[in-house]
Design a protein around this ligand. Structure first.
Ligand SMILES: CC(C)(COP(=O)(O)OP(=O)(O)OC[C@H]1O[C@@H](n2cnc3c(N)ncnc32)[C@H](O)[C@@H]1OP(=O)(O)O)[C@@H](O)C(=O)NCCC(=O)NCCS
Length: 335
């Protein structure tokens, strides 16, 4: 929704963490019956990062958060809140955000995780913005962080080639309305939950010998159904925030779509008629890192100097649930 309050929030620092281990399509050829040619033409992905055996969601979250705090020139004690969009936290509970709060020394911050799958960062930004606009908080750290490699069935070629691990972070701070975030929009449709889920290991199918033997504690996906919905959801979400603010895509300097599949991005670009050079794509290097795709891509363009303060940026994404959403904002960082 477009804020009606005199207050808004702006992003004042960004960071990212990519695990160092690289898994290429050629590596995958040795693991399952697939080819670099199939993966490249169907998805656009060439390689992805995979966390080390002892590396968990909180580890990469802390690394990304430290970069974002440094760019924002803030101490962790300045934070009022930490929100992590994740579906691959360290433990089922407590929230990974609490582990990150402790390790950062963010002694004044509330901490929670948001489970919105690949839309987790957009949902996190929306919540953080609402907290700031309401006056309950002034500085909130939002992270999208996933270690999906530990939830992927490495014998299922239809899914294991798609995902990678990463964390991206952004620090939000209160500002006058008209600066920073101009509109946020989030939606869901749980009737589509079974198209993309981990059915086992929760209270419906608790982990046990059956779930283990059936591999139901791993990601299950009906790829074609996800594909069609993803395009429609991202296009609708992008149009909603533009319509709400009276902007057109001609006003937008960069569009950062969720990085799931190059063919999904191509379809969104075609429907929205966005000039290709204004669309950020990095999935060739990282694959689908779920809630981390958008903050990682934003941090890359920020550090590459591709944006000027005041430029309009559009995030649009979708994920399991289904969940989807968009954020339209003015870039506020000058390095
Ligand atoms: C998964 C996806 C890439 C598959 O592409 P597709 O063109 O729809 O391919 P299909 O599912 O029609 O599969 C075609 C064939 O390739 C096979 N195949 C699947 N994965 C393969 C792989 N890694 N290597 C080689 N062949 C593969 C299938 O088994 C199928 O074989 P069949 O025709 O003999 O049954 C595509 O559906 C997709 O990207 N969906 C969205 C997924 C997504 O974004 N998920 C995350 C959401 S946040």
């Amino acid at each position: 929704m477009q804020p009606t309050s005199p207050r808004s929030s702006r992003i004042i620092g960004t960071g990212r963490c990519l695990p160092s281990r690289v898994l290429t399509n050629f590596d995958l050829e040795k693991m399952v019956e697939t080819t670099d040619e199939w993966i490249t033409t169907r998805t656009g992905i060439h390689e992805r990062r995979i966390a080390a055996d002892n590396e968990a969601c909180s580890d990469i979250s802390v690394a990304a958060a430290k970069e974002a705090l440094a760019m924002a020139k803030l101490d962790a004690k300045d934070l009022d809140g930490i929100i992590i969009g994740t579906i691959s936290g360290d433990m089922l509970f407590p929230a990974t955000a609490t582990l990150v709060q402790d390790r950062l020394g963010a002694v004044n911050a509330a901490a929670m995780d948001v489970s919105a799958a690949c839309s987790g960062f957009i949902y996190g930004l929306t919540l953080a913005n609402a907290m700031i606009v309401s006056g309950q908080m002034n500085r909130v750290l939002v992270i999208g962080s996933e270690v999906l490699s530990k939830f992927v069935d490495w014998s299922d070629r239809a899914t294991c080639v798609l995902f990678g691990d990463a964390a991206g972070a952004a620090v939000l701070e209160g500002c006058p309305a008209g600066e920073g975030l101009l509109a946020t929009h989030v939606k869901s449709d749980g009737s589509l939950a079974e198209l993309l889920c981990i059915p086992g290991g929760g209270s419906r199918q608790p982990l046990g010998p059956t779930t283990y033997l059936e591999h139901s504690h791993y990601i299950k996906m009906k790829g074609d159904g996800v594909f069609k919905w993803a395009v429609r959801a991202m296009v609708d979400a992008a149009k909603t925030v533009l319509d709400e603010t009276g902007h057109s895509l001609a006003d937008v300097s960069l569009v950062i779509p969720h990085q799931a599949n190059i063919r999904i991005i191509d379809a969104v670009v075609e429907r929205l008629e966005i000039p290709r050079e204004r669309v950020v794509v990095n999935l060739d290097r990282y694959g689908n890192t779920s809630s981390a795709t958008i903050p990682v891509a934003y941090d890359e363009v920020v550090r590459e100097g591709r944006l000027e303060p005041g430029d309009l940026v559009l995030f649009t994404g979708f994920g399991a649930g289904f969940t989807w959403g968009s954020v339209l904002f003015r870039h506020s960082i000058s390095l």
